[in-house]
Design a protein around this ligand. Structure first.
Ligand code: PSU
Ligand code: MN
Length: 298
């Protein structure tokens, strides 16, 4: 594992550090939007007082704090990159391949590096049709076993949101909505029809709760769900019908396993616009939380 100088310094000085994933770059968005979004998310983290640490794997080396050149390299659609969750590390590292780390993969590395807060757009969840496929994202079990706080928008509506929340409860994950309501957000809507068990109102309250989570030594993670703040909400109904179409298409084309999330998302252009907006909004909140946590813990 190689930690960049900037990130190592920030960790050493007890500054706020925010981990960022790279699957969103390698398997989440088309070029050049992927690179642009990655850079502007890092910029947001800096603007609100913490240090960004984008995590990924370059030629078998785990990087904590990818340089701009490395970000450019991984963004290039012509190079081969493996979508890397916990299960994929042995092969990606052993065979010296490139890896875009998912939420699960990024949590594994963030924890190794001592980073407590991780910001992303949306996490994986229980897929619709789980009764047939048993497709439950490794992100959920990772949240159950790795003590990292994940700040994300609500779960995408390509997933089964109710079952995702049930599964997080089973895994012992503390789930909190962020802002002024207990509504658990869906990715492009402030409401999913489900409630989060807890609500957090500001960075200081988040830091206080995270600090007590840490002092108890619970091995599980936490999920802080930030609702959308913008006007994409009105795309909601249109997106729902597009999701149905994309899921049917995926079934007809026998797309399953780790290919399903990137496939369905690539069929939904509206989500792609919402995505960079959400990532930036979450980066703002996550940076403030990490900064506040740094003060709290010292
Ligand atoms: N949700 C998105 N965009 C993404 C992902 C999820 O809106 O790019 C990625 C994240 O990296 C997440 C992963 O961890 O997909 C989940 O994949 P799966 O459903 O195969 O577990
Ligand atoms: Mn899956």
């Amino acid at each position: 594992m190689e930690v960049s100088e900037e990130v190592a310094d920030a960790l050493h000085c007890g500054k706020g550090v925010v981990a960022l994933e790279s699957t969103i770059i390698t398997h989440g968005m088309p070029f050049p939007q992927n690179l642009k979004t990655a850079l502007s998310v890092e910029q947001k983290v800096r603007q609100f007082g913490s240090t960004p640490a984008t995590i990924g794997i370059v030629k078998g080396k785990i990087k904590v704090g990818l340089s701009n050149e490395e970000l450019e390299y991984l963004s290039d659609p012509s190079i081969e990159v493996i979508k890397t969750s916990r299960r994929d590390f042995p092969v990606v590292i052993g065979e010296k391949l490139n890896g875009g780390t998912t939420v699960s993969g990024t949590m594994v590395v963030a924890h190794m590096a001592g980073i407590k807060v991780f910001v992303t757009g949306g996490i994986g969840g229980v897929h619709r049709g789980v009764e047939q496929t048993m497709d439950i994202s490794a992100d959920l079990t990772e949240l159950g076993r790795t003590p990292v706080v994940v700040v994300s928008s609500g779960v995408k509506s390509i997933l089964d949101i109710g079952r995702t929340l049930e599964y997080l409860e089973t895994q012992g994950v503390c789930v909190c909505s962020y802002g002024n309501s207990k509504n658990f957000p869906a990715f492009l809507s402030p409401k999913s029809g489900f409630s989060a068990p807890y609500n957090i109102n500001d960075p200081d309250q988040a830091a206080k709760i995270i600090a007590s989570h840490q002092s108890l030594g619970l091995d599980s993670g936490m999920l802080i769900a930030v609702p959308i703040t913008d006007t994409y909400t009105n795309l909601w109904e249109e997106i729902e019908s597009n999701i149905q179409t994309a899921l049917e298409e995926a079934r007809e084309n026998n797309i399953s396993g780790r290919e399903i999330t990137p496939y369905v998302l690539s069929r939904l252009n509206e989500i792609s616009q919402g995505k960079s907006l959400q990532a930036k909004n979450n980066a703002t909140v996550g940076s403030q939380i990490a900064k506040s946590l740094a003060n709290y813990v010292t």
